[in-house]
Design a protein around this ligand. Structure first.
Ligand SMILES: [Zn+2]
Length: 494
């Protein structure tokens, strides 16, 4: 018997596993020819098959299978040669068939793992249990203020999903977050899912339990649902770990339950028991054949896989000789990495391009609130701009002015054929790099400021900036700062 004083000393360790549903970005649904699209009129994208009308027969979408295979192969899992679709029976107003076609004991993919980093800690690995294919249900639109009825939109019925089930390898909410970030990055690189959690293209349920540090046996777990952002998942897990630990420390017991995360209240509450007591009575889907996948097909999908983030990052470091940190940022998304490489096809200073993209480029995305594919300026124009700076024709400061003008002209698409050279000319921005022009000015500034020169030579190093400022002022900001610095140093430090 442990006294309550001792109970309080126990340190608990969380054990987390995630189930992620990813909507596959196929043209059509998984078992019929209806278009997959968002924002269309409710119930306009339906047919007898996805409505589950009697006698309608499903036909499997080959593309959905291929997308699932891409992900399984990318995480190092096995694509099973034979898998079986099964009916998962339950009633819900947005599921008119009364069952969902899923996979049960014979999924399309088994095993694999996802590597992730939390801050600067060493890389960790979360093993995957399985990846299976299934169809999505429709959507219930619950009444908003002033409305009294729930409406049902069945456009989403039959949208292909993969469910990615992890082993309980995640040891903290921060690890769960990092794992999700990596999973989304992979799905996006593979172009199988947009990864947009706010739009519901990616959904995540979490299984969570706690156990005393050192104990092998797992504690009773609860399931968390209804989180709609990665940060929401992190917050919900933090809340639930705290709740379970407090409960156990107070001598209570965790009850197995499904909890709904309420982002507004920042708390998780049990679902009504009616909704959680499922007996799905899975059985093989009689209207579909077993799914058999040939080794040739697996080889084909494997060889068609794009370069994945980890490989691309390593290549960026070795091929462009940039810092690893920069390579991580630049390979964060496939589109960003592509943009960098397109600039590098026309420019030869890899680190300068890397620096520019991480500052100006990302700042523009942020300022204009646009996504990478909406970035207005073309890689060729960026390469020219960087070339002007590198050759000393304009200063880094002038480049910012030119770039701002480039963005505004590119966004106003009546004029997209400009070059940075034209803008430089129009704005009259020329950098003076000719030493014979700068030397007399430097010498004049030194001669005019004798007290400061004496103070500087006497140890007031900070005054160096004063001299640079004076020269720049005298040249109306057009002198090449590198040359100004060098010429001043030569004269002041001698
Ligand atoms: Zn349909």
């Amino acid at each position: 018997m442990v006294s309550s004083a001792q109970t309080k000393e126990i340190i608990y360790q969380p054990v987390i596993g995630l189930e992620v549903h990813a909507q596959l970005q196929t043209e059509t649904k998984i078992f019929c020819g209806c278009k997959v699209a968002y924002g269309e009129d409710p119930n306009s994208l339906t047919c007898p098959i996805c409505l589950g009308l009697p006698g309608a027969l499903p036909v499997l979408n080959k593309r959905a299978v291929e997308f699932a295979m891409r992900m399984i192969i990318a995480v190092g899992g096995s694509v099973n040669e034979r898998s079986v679709f099964a009916r998962k029976n339950y009633f819900y107003p947005d599921l008119p068939k009364g069952y969902q076609i899923s996979q049960f004991d014979k999924p399309i993919g088994t095993g694999g793992s996802v590597r992730y980093n939390v801050g600067k800690e060493p890389e960790r690995i979360c093993r995957l249990t399985r990846i299976h294919l299934e169809e999505d249900a429709g959507k219930s639109l619950h009444p908003e203020a002033g409305e009294s009825q729930t409406r049902v939109d069945l456009n989403r019925c039959g949208t292909p999903l993969i469910e990615i089930v992890s082993e309980p390898d995640l040891a903290s909410p921060q690890e769960a977050y990092a794992y999700l970030v990596r999973l989304k990055q992979l799905l996006q690189y593979l172009q199988v899912c947009t990864g947009d959690m706010e739009k519901g293209h990616l959904r995540c349920d979490a299984n969570i339990s706690v156990r005393p540090v050192g104990q092998e046996k797992l504690g009773t777990r609860t399931e968390l649902k209804n989180m709609n952002s990665f940060k929401g998942v992190e917050r919900a897990l933090t809340f639930e770990i705290d709740r379970q630990v407090k409960l156990l420390r107070a001598g209570g017991e965790v009850e197995q339950a499904s909890l709904l995360w309420d982002e507004k209240k920042q708390m998780a509450e049990p679902m009504r028991s009616k909704e959680e007591s499922h007996d799905y009575r899975y059985f093989p889907e009689p209207d579909l054949l077993n799914l058999t996948i040939s080794s040739e097909w697996i080889e084909k999908v494997t060889s068609d896989l794009p370069e994945l983030p980890e490989t691309r990052k390593k290549r960026f470091v070795s091929e462009y000789n940039i810092r690893e940190y920069d390579a991580v940022v630049l390979t964060d998304s496939r589109e960003l990495a592509d943009f960098y490489e397109q600039v590098m096809n026309q420019f030869d200073d890899a680190q300068a391009a890397a620096n520019w993209i991480q500052t100006e480029y990302l700042k523009t995305l942020n300022d204009l609130k646009i996504s990478i594919d909406q970035f207005p300026v073309r890689p060729k124009q960026v390469a020219s701009l960087l070339g002007l700076v590198k050759s000393g024709k304009i200063s880094g400061k002038m480049a910012k002015t030119v770039y701002a003008e480039m963005v505004s002209r590119a966004t106003d698409d009546t004029e997209s054929d400009f070059t940075p050279e034209v803008i430089v000319e129009e704005l009259g921005l020329v950098q003076v790099s000719d030493e014979s022009t700068i030397v007399p000015i430097v010498e004049k500034i030194i001669a005019d400021n004798e007290p400061q020169v004496t103070a500087y030579r006497g140890g007031k190093d900070k005054l160096f900036g004063f001299f640079v400022g004076q020269v720049m002022k005298e040249t109306k900001g057009q002198a090449n700062p590198e040359i100004v610095n060098r010429l001043l140093k030569e004269r002041l430090d001698s």
